[in-house]
Design a protein around this ligand. Sequence first.
Ligand SMILES: Cc1cc2nc3c(=O)[nH]c(=O)nc-3n(C[C@H](O)[C@H](O)[C@H](O)COP(=O)(O)OP(=O)(O)OC[C@H]3O[C@@H](n4cnc5c(N)ncnc54)[C@H](O)[C@@H]3O)c2cc1C
Length: 373
Amino acid sequence: MLVATAPTAEAASPASAPPPEAVLAEIRTIAGTDLATWARAIDEGAYPATLMHRLGDVGAFRLHVNEGHAVGDAIEGMALVSEHCVSTGFMAWCQNTLAWYLINSENAAARTRYLNAAANGQLLGGTALSNPMKSFFGIETLKLKGTRVAGGYKVKGILPWVSNLGADHVFGAIFAVEGRDTPVMALIDCADPAVTLKPCERFLAMDGTGTYGVQVRDLFVPDEMVLADDAMPFVKKMRAGFILLQAGMAVGLIRDCIALMREVEAPLGHVNRFLEVQPSQMADSLAGIEAEVAALAATPFDTSPAYWRRVVEARLLAGEVSVQAAHNAMLHCGARGYVAAHRCQRRLREAYFVAIVTPATKQLRLMLDEMPA
Ligand SMILES: Cc1cc2nc3c(=O)[nH]c(=O)nc-3n(C[C@H](O)[C@H](O)[C@H](O)COP(=O)(O)OP(=O)(O)OC[C@H]3O[C@@H](n4cnc5c(N)ncnc54)[C@H](O)[C@@H]3O)c2cc1C
């Protein structure tokens, strides 16, 4: 596992960081050049480790390491990436979420050892919270189980899909503990011999995201890697940021779908004007999502039920409009968008991921159904 030399939580403070506008300008350049060139190879299964480190070098994963931890700049950073490639936008979310866990952890030892390395992208990794997020709403039970032992926990179980992983990466996970009602959240180190990464079957898209099935066999998780001894209040504190950060994928994807519709206006506008959805309508929907997400991103620790409902509604809308935008981009591009080399059909495949990654459209609807009106 690669960890920066003697990183400190203090070193991750905003004082040493370049201004967000400068970071966003660097991300825009990387996304529009190297990422645009690599997007097809990533779609076909190449994991872009070098690119992830370059994004980390320019500060793409520390935009939420600011005073108050507003997440708007981090979302915009991921939108710039997702305009070209949702796979990389998702990996950026995995990385930003890993840093988000450390920002929120009260375990000083974990923060000191891992926050700076994750926020700088030197230590790559992700999050395995789909299963726990579903378990909290009764959709499935926790797949990882732990036992308290001296100095930490012994953990075992199997997770079907965890992304942005590699041999020296880490990821955040939640496990049930024998004899206790409250689960624990901790980092898991892929380099440990007790952890095995199993390649997944081919997906519809997202094959370059370093997604693996993870087998954990009696892994010792030291107290230093525990993010929260009681995962429930921790999840409650960081859940809005976790969900809002996913909006970056949607915003970037929708922007490009609108661009795709406009690119074919000159040759096909005379017939495309008969289509039900026009780019200006998609642009209005996008503007609404961007405004709402920006407002919510300013206060990710708001604990009011009204705020939480808005977060869940915004996430639901982002997934639904992603699919709608990609569908309409296909109708506007027609056969030229249907050829394998064209990014339009990739955008359609990527859009479904935004709608099915946890919390998926169906789970978001379940959550809204269970909330007070
Ligand atoms: C490309 C990709 C990357 C992902 N990356 C992550 C990640 O980084 N972290 C993370 O926590 N989650 C990740 N997921 C999981 C994702 O967030 C969802 O939880 C998952 O797609 C299932 O959601 P669902 O709403 O369809 O689940 P549901 O429909 O409620 O049920 C799905 C459940 O059925 C079982 N199941 C169904 N099909 C299969 C199958 N083919 N193999 C194994 N089990 C199966 C599993 O228990 C699974 O949890 C990833 C999924 C994909 C496709």
